[in-house]
Write a protein that binds this ligand. Structure first.
Ligand code: TEU
Length: 562
């Protein structure tokens, strides 16, 4: 197991969506015993396994599943669909035995409306837990919601409760009431939850929508989207994919600039307290899901002097157009904005967005592009997060409306099919339900499962899976890829290629990525002449002599020693 206070900087993380990973009891829903069965696949200590060092689990706590686990009804228990606390303990010890750390999803902007805290809170206006959530009177003769805030999925952020004749706030579904982070008792209760899991062996947390915790205390209405403050560091139009740019520009789906219901300064104080608790325990870590239009704001969640979150996702990279320069500029922007001691984290996929291979892929180019992205992800300076199935090139599942499970998809279909498409069951082998369950899987199996599965790719040395394995194990032996500095190389590099140096104690590695569908020649300056090829995405190229000038095949990426 990676040890030391900085283990997470050296680690490769893997995200599991527990509902969809492995079902051990045939009910069509993945579970903890199923995950335990697959831990050897993730890391058995040899290069035959994927070699990941940590898993982030999307929530498996007690939940009525209006938002599939992101609505929690008991923070300190496992949902019976997934198993028991004993299964959790076994998961931790079996994972640790294999050198795999365990990261839990902390979803505390809101709870489920079925959480006992909320049930008490809504029971009467003078209940001691009333102020644990955010209750306001309606306004005007027509008893309108307290302000114009919209929730992040669809519709108003306020729901009227007939029983006590007040509105409560929910930044997501009405079944996800927001906790009141200005209440010190709430902070203590969440701190207890954090300690409960740390004491039970968890190695850290991913913080769900941490930028939303605290809201304007005066509950001012948000301005319309066209009056949004200018974000000086926003990625240029050319660098973001068009839908994402429009999403930002129009403040979709709310058509408002979320000025007063996110990124409140008090949230930073909350996160500093959270960090103090983590620091009482040895070797713990955290990563924030901070969504913001301005990367300077996202960067601020590292705190001052690294006293907030250990890492924050940088989603700009996820939303780039397929252009070498767009990726390069996005990385450079993040590198230049981060405080010196802040550690980047990168990902291309998660349970909320279209799978990268389908988002970036074009027809028959998809697999080559997926390999290139793998090389980028695993060679940048920062901690890589792989989403389950990414390593076998699982593609987005496209569902008709009647089969959608995600409330976001049901609402926005056909403009947005929701998030079911990236949550389809892990594809283990050919045949029934891709080996995920002996029963009926809760979501259909993704496309091309007969070859996009673990068993099939395990046997093929040229498969994407084996490429991931080689790259991950190679990374472990190259300190320059982990602690080394990052520097873009532009001289002699064509515009549709992206190259960078990773340097550590005199050891210099060059990463050269060709984003074009055609061959490209790199005329590198003599000081950057590669001497040895470590690995290429193209199986036709064998390790060793790099050749000069360096010619990259279509979508080829090379990792070279200088
Ligand atoms: O996501 C927050 C978030 O902003 C995105 O969900 C986004 O709004 C959405 O995908 C638009 O389609 C986190 C979790 O990752 C997500 O799964 C939860 O649904 C959400 O918080 C609420 O807990």
């Amino acid at each position: 197991m990676l040890t030391g206070a900085d283990w997470w900087k050296k680690a490769v993380f893997y995200q599991i969506y527990p509902r969809s990973y492995m079902d051990s009891d045939g009910d069509g829903i993945g579970d903890l015993p199923g995950i335990i069965e697959k831990l050897d696949y993730l890391n058995d200590g040899t290069a035959n396994s994927l070699g990941v060092d940590a898993i982030w689990f999307s929530p498996f706590f007690k939940s009525p599943e209006y938002d599939y686990g992101y609505d929690i009804a008991d923070y300190c228990d496992i949902d019976p669909r997934f198993g028991t606390l004993e299964d959790f303990d076994r998961l931790v010890s079996e994972a640790h035995r294999r050198g795999i750390r365990v990261m839990l999803d902390l979803v505390v902007n809101h709870s489920s409306h079925e959480h006992p805290w909320f049930k008490e809170s809504r029971s009467s206006r003078d209940n001691p837990r009333r102020d644990w959530y955010i209750w306001r009177d309606g306004v005007g003769p027509r008893n309108r919601p307290p302000n114009n805030w919209r929730n992040h999925f669809f519709g108003p952020a306020w729901t009227y409760d007939e029983h006590t004749e007040q509105y409560y706030l929910h930044s997501f579904l009405p079944q996800q009431p927001d906790l009141n982070w200005f209440n010190p008792q709430v902070r203590r209760a969440v701190d207890d939850v954090v300690r409960f899991w740390l004491d039970r062996g968890a190695d850290g947390f991913r913080l769900d929508v941490a930028h939303v915790y605290c809201k304007d205390e005066q509950f001012r209405s948000n301005p319309p989207f066209y009056r949004r403050p200018k974000a000086a560091e926003k990625a240029s139009i050319g660098d973001l994919s068009l839908p994402v740019y429009l999403f930002y520009l129009l403040g979709l789906p709310e058509l408002q600039a979320k000025l007063y219901n996110q990124h409140h300064p008090e949230t930073h104080r909350v996160l500093k307290e959270f960090r103090k608790t983590l620091d009482e325990y040895p070797e713990k870590t955290s990563i924030g899901e901070i969504v913001g239009q301005d990367p300077r704001v996202t960067a601020s969640y590292y705190g001052t002097g690294n006293d907030e979150l250990h890492m924050n996702f940088y989603f700009d990279l996820t939303h780039c157009r397929w252009k070498a320069g767009a990726f390069r500029r996005a990385v450079e922007r993040w590198e230049s904005l981060l405080p010196a001691e802040a550690w980047p984290a990168y990902t291309f996929s998660n349970h909320d967005i279209v799978r990268a291979i389908s988002r970036f892929g074009r027809g028959s180019d998809s697999d080559a592009r997926a390999r290139l992205l793998a090389m980028l992800l695993l060679t940048l300076r920062g901690t890589p997060f792989i989403y389950y199935g990414e390593e076998i090139g699982m593609k987005e599942l496209r569902l008709p409306r009647r089969l959608l499970r995600d409330p976001v998809g049901k609402k926005w279909y056909p403009f947005h099919r929701g998030r079911d498409g990236c949550r389809s069951p892990m594809q283990w082998k050919g045949g029934h339900a891709a080996g995920f369950t002996s029963g009926d899987p809760w979501l259909p199996i993704g496309p091309e499962a007969e070859r996009r599965n673990v068993a099939f790719q395990d046997k093929d040395p040229r498969s994407l899976l084996n490429f991931y394995r080689r790259l991950i194990w190679l990374r472990k032996e190259q300190p320059a890829l982990i602690t080394g500095s990052y520097r873009s190389v532009v001289e002699g590099v064509p515009g549709d290629c992206y190259a960078y140096l990773r340097e550590d104690k005199g050891k210099r590695l060059l990463v050269a990525l060709n984003f074009a569908a055609r061959r490209r020649k790199l005329c590198l300056p003599p000081t950057l002449e590669p001497s040895r090829l470590l690995i290429s995405t193209a199986e036709s190229r064998t390790a060793g002599e790099p050749g000069s000038p360096l010619i990259l095949d279509s979508y080829e990426g090379c990792l070279l020693e200088l």
